[in-house]
Design a protein around this ligand. Sequence first.
Ligand code: ADP
Ligand code: MG
Ligand code: MG
Length: 250
Amino acid sequence: MLSIKNLHVSIEGKDILKGINLDVKPGEVHAIMGPNGAGKSTLASVLAGRDLYNVTEGEVIFQGKDLLDMEPEDRAKEGIFLGFQYPIEIPGVSTVNFMKTAVNEHRKYKGLDPLSASDFLKLMREKKSLVEIDSKLTNRSVNEGFSGGEKKKNEIFQMAMLEPKLAVLDETDSGLDIDALRVVANGVNKLKTRDNATIVITHYQRLLDYIVPDVVHVLYNGRIVKTAGKELALELEEKGYDWIKEENGK
Ligand code: ADP
Ligand code: MG
Ligand code: MG
């Protein structure tokens, strides 16, 4: 589904990612962990298509297509969901209307007719109950005045509605309380199918108490320096990141 080969990325002339290789298959959950400043968010941002970042080498193939060649909106319509895609507050636009537009734009891209009002409401109901989000939140303006946990809930709801093939969730290192982590974990677990995949990027081992990843990677200093099963996350919880730094010269 996703194949990243020898990806090098720089920001303002500084090398941040130094040859990332990653293969994600349908049905898999991958965790990317690593200390602060390792390049985790940079990787997510490059997949999202933020233009601040310079890809200097390598390729990213998503479902047979060159991802780096696609506009950010098209990446989403091809089936990639980026966790921080809609973190903004949009006063005056309810989540219901926002999602109606998003869902129908995705459908249009695939050559499908817009959903009828009743089918849309049915989809809303189904996904709302799946991710346990309250109508009180979906009736409000997108993220306006939401707490951190509510924003997370809304994000997972958006993910449920869009049914992406690949979700990349960058759980940025600060401000996520245990409730928000649970929301993300429940969402990932409930939305998992044999056909979709998730990359959860996290500094915290905690998140992986709730999500059981198939593969855990450690990103350090712009490189994936370790890949193993879920036991690697436990080892990191126990030992922290110092041994990774020592093994990799710093
Ligand atoms: P992580 O998410 O693993 O904590 P980041 O990807 O945010 O790491 O950052 C990796 C490195 O890239 C850090 O050294 C950071 O200072 C640098 N970096 C990230 N974004 C920018 C930016 N916009 N401008 C300059 N340097 C940046
Ligand atoms: Mg960071
Ligand atoms: Mg980060």
